[in-house]
Design a protein around this ligand. Structure first.
Ligand SMILES: Cc1cc2nc3c(=O)[nH]c(=O)nc-3n(C[C@H](O)[C@H](O)[C@H](O)COP(=O)(O)O)c2cc1C
Length: 227
């Protein structure tokens, strides 16, 4: 499965089969976690065979059978949530390519003592449920590219491809409070600005990091520079 196919087929899955992850899958995911932590200055941890974090009743989302998850940890500082989104979604898309399913969870988890480490000044930003889903999730209504960007006949075709990939990104309660603006070609570089909108629910920085990763994949990272 290509990464674009992973973007197209990914949907949040909240019910999982009792099917342990194979060792080679764990090793592949762990290697990617290590890379994301090094590049993003994060402390993401892969937890396997742990059944407590997603049991019980949550205000949002009903989960069953979750036995594996990523704990999305980082040092409390500006930009943390956006980095968590950007690197966490790399793990989500890799998991999809490996035949697994996922669900980002900002609210629907509980902390489990001893299952992972939290260093000084670090916090858990969210978790990502992981495993073999009972189903593949389902498509949701999404915004149009006109609602979230200035894509038109005058903007390069890769810009619209980026926006379309971003529109398939998961966002908290499917709020999609992000926008992309093509600012033209300045000194031989195409410039793109990404922004988060306002939301009472929050999670807009994390959503923006996720959407920016999708945009880069859809557009081609070498085509433009972020402003
Ligand atoms: C930052 C973030 C936090 C989320 N938190 C929760 C959550 O606490 N509980 C839940 O059931 N789903 C949660 N979701 C999943 C979203 O509801 C889901 O991504 C959105 O409805 C779009 O559906 P899709 O992922 O199938 O495209 C979260 C997603 C994101 C990106």
């Amino acid at each position: 499965m290509t990464i674009l196919e992973a973007i197209e087929s990914r949907h949040s899955v909240r019910r999982y089969l009792h099917k342990p992850l194979e060792q080679d899958i764990i090793d592949t995911l762990q290697a990617k976690v290590d890379k994301c932590n090094a590049r993003g200055c994060l402390h993401i941890q892969l937890v396997t065979n742990e059944t407590k974090a997603f049991t019980g009743i949550f205000a949002y989302g009903s989960f069953s059978g979750v036995e594996n998850y990523f704990v999305m940890v980082g040092k409390k500082e500006d930009g943390l949530d956006e980095r968590i989104g950007y690197y966490g979604e790399q793990l989500v898309l890799l998991a999809q390519q490996l035949g697994l399913n996922t669900c980002w969870t900002g609210l629907s988890y509980r902390k489990v003592k001893g299952a992972y480490d939290l260093g000084q000044d670090e916090k858990i930003c969210c978790m990502i449920a992981l495993g073999y889903g009972e189903n593949q999730g389902m498509k949701h209504k999404i915004k149009t590219f006109e609602q979230v960007s200035n894509a038109s006949d005058l903007t390069p075709s890769w810009f619209k491809d980026g926006v379309e990939a971003a529109l398939l990104a998961p966002t908290a309660v499917n709020q999609q409070k992000f926008s992309f603006e093509y600012l033209g070609n300045k000194g031989g570089h195409h410039l793109v600005k990404a922004d988060k909108g306002f939301s009472m629910i929050g999670y807009t920085h994390m959503d923006l990091g996720i959407a920016k990763l999708h945009f880069e994949i859809g557009a081609g990272k070498d085509k433009f520079d972020w402003v």
